[in-house]
Design a protein. Structure first.
Length: 190
């Protein structure tokens, strides 16, 4: 039975002058991802996927390189579309993110609706699983859509209560039995 790990990119360099999807991993994020790549959970990974955002591709590349694997990129894995607001200072971002999860059927300040982001990431997840890869699958993405997917797979309503505590976490899922093996865990110490 294969396991699917949904991994969120770790720490990034916050650059308000650059579009958020083009942010890079920080030195700390790189170090944390390298630690995760050497863990027992990562040993049986035989397929690595990433969203088309720079930080996810970089994180996936670290994991894939540690195991001699290529990285597949699936555009449906990108974070919820927040281009209407662009970069928001952390307190304002947290407020808008809370409303995004609280009102999944509404577009909050022009952001992609949570229900639409959930459907998109679910379709990407299903397409990756349908490839029937031998071995475990790592999907490197983002906290918002990772939480939306987790809510869908576990059959709970969209809620930020199921969100990761901070960047660089992962959950594990067994698609053959539709079982969550574990909720969010940190990829490495912060």
């Amino acid at each position: 039975m294969s396991t699917v790990f949904f991994i969120t990119h770790p720490d990034v360099v916050v650059d308000p002058g650059r579009p958020v999807p083009r942010w890079h991993l920080s030195d700390k994020g790189i170090a944390r991802m390298r630690i995760f790549a050497g863990t027992p959970d990562a040993r049986a990974v035989r397929s690595v996927w990433a969203s088309d955002e720079t930080k996810a591709i970089e994180a996936a590349g670290i994991l894939a390189a540690a195991h001699g694997l290529p990285v597949g990129v699936h555009p449906g894995l990108h974070e919820n579309d927040r281009s209407a607001t662009g970069f928001l200072p952390p307190p304002e971002f947290e407020e808008v993110a809370n409303r995004f999860f609280e009102r999944p059927e509404e577009s909050v300040r022009g952001w992609e609706r949570a229900v639409d982001a959930q459907n998109r990431v679910r379709a990407a997840f299903d397409a990756i699983i349908a490839e029937k890869t031998a071995g475990d699958i790592a999907i490197v993405g983002h906290g918002g859509v990772g939480t939306l997917l987790l809510c869908h797979l576990t059959g709970v309503p969209i809620s930020r209560d199921h969100d990761q505590p901070f960047q660089g976490h992962y959950w594990a899922y067994a698609p053959e039995t539709a079982t969550l093996l574990h909720p969010w865990r940190p990829i490495a110490p912060r």
